[in-house]
Design a protein around this ligand. Sequence first.
Ligand code: ADA
Length: 559
Amino acid sequence: MIRTFQTHRVRRQEELTDKLWDFTPLQGESAGKTFSVFTPSCWESYPGFGLYRGRGRYATRFEAEGNLRIVCKGVSHTAEVYFDGEKIAAHYNAYTAFSALVRGAAAGEHTLEIVADNRFSPESALHVPNDYMSYGGISRPVALERVETCYIRYVHVAPFRRGGTWRAAVEVCVDNLCEGGPVSLSVCIAGKELAFPESVLPAGERRFAGEMTFEGVRAWSPAEPALYTAEAVLSRGGVPFDDLIDRFGFREVRTEGKQILLNGAPLRIRGVCRHEDHPQFGCALSLSAMAADLALLRDLGANSVRTAHYPNDERFLDLCDETGVLVWEENHARGLSLEQMQNPRFEEQAEQVTREMAQQHFNHPSVYIWGILNECASDSEYGKACYEKQFSILRALDRTRPRSFASCKFKTDRCFGLPEVVSYNIYPQWYHDTPAGEYLADLYGWVQAATEGAGKPFLVTEIGAGGLYGYRSPYAAKWSEERQAKILEEQLSAVLRFPDCAGVYVWQLCDIRVSEEWWGGRPRTMNNKGIVDEYRRPKLCYEVGKRLFGADRARTERT
Ligand code: ADA
């Protein structure tokens, strides 16, 4: 399934994944042999490929003719796409979608090949050996669309309230392959029509913008996640020939003093960080596995998820929109050092994923904040220039959401003047011994006294500790479930009690695989700080989180 709702009534779209493709590894012992694998998937799920780093060619065949648009929602991590042997696209980074166009394909059977590459090299600045796994394969759906010479690329709806009335800025982007006869565009948003005058479009990209007022619509909120559709239709002579349906919610996010406000009311974030990871399926989780993760998160009493450390599968965001779970979505980067940020490919690759994330996920009401560059070199002037540039890219694409980054630079961070929200990853009692309350007070005091982050909303974006599922210890030894529960109890109580903190994200939902090339020191080559293990079996600390989140909810909703 490509999305959780219908995105076209006019344009013909079919999913090419959700079935078996031919898979041919191009390196290693099995190089050149062909296997049948189900897509979307990661090749690590298949016997013999658990540790495969290399290139792999996927192939499928289908009947089609005319102008074809191949949409890949995610290929991990570098992709080349071939149509009948001819290269039609290349894309870097596993976590955003891209598309390729084939003009005037002859009627008959065609071959689509996607070569995925999950190797690390100097060419890859974001997928580097790291504290999570860079898998290989067609990890998200692929769709085939039949388009005319003119088609809708996106419709963006940015709701805002003026004088108690909901309004929305609307932008529709149309791709026009060649100048043709006059076409007309209309958009139906929450049942209301906005029509643009008929015009002859020059070849290239064309944007249409407008503003609309809405009466009697329901606001989107975690308690009542009301969703509406925006349906853009292109017609010629009154006959529709292309369309795109997207979904959005009427909600407004802004910061005021130390608060993040959703529809004017302060948000209290009780969140969990989540990697897209499963021992059997790698980063290619099925929709039902995603929904199960969300159910777990809600059972815990969390109201928010942080998509550490990359843009997530759109279908996960669809589910968050539907269930009212708030999302901190972040671009792709984790812990890049100054040297890694100075990789000549870094700027272009990081900026591309930032643009793709903001453009592709613009309409999701659940995404209340954009994060960038988790734990990168925000303590250096070079790093600061990168943060500044990426924040300005986000601002140019989206004026409606606050921005932040999760810092681990403690009292050396130089970037808090840039975003609207100050955020820190802290691990008291795990990576250092200072008690959580004392540590937080000291850090917060420094931000107020010595940085341009003073007076801004403050979030703790990671706390946590390692615990091996099933390792029980009467004296709460390091790595035991008891120790993890004890540390989480102390950290979480201290953060939730801290008056100036707008919320917290626990690191992390489930244990995850880390890349072996990164650091063999993690037991099981996994990051074991999950509050459930990789199979989603709760550890002792799950009950701690549930109790403390529950108490916090009762306390903050009363006040
Ligand atoms: C960091 C980082 C996470 C993870 C975590 C840990 O703060 O953002 O990706 O590596 O630490 O487990 O140490």
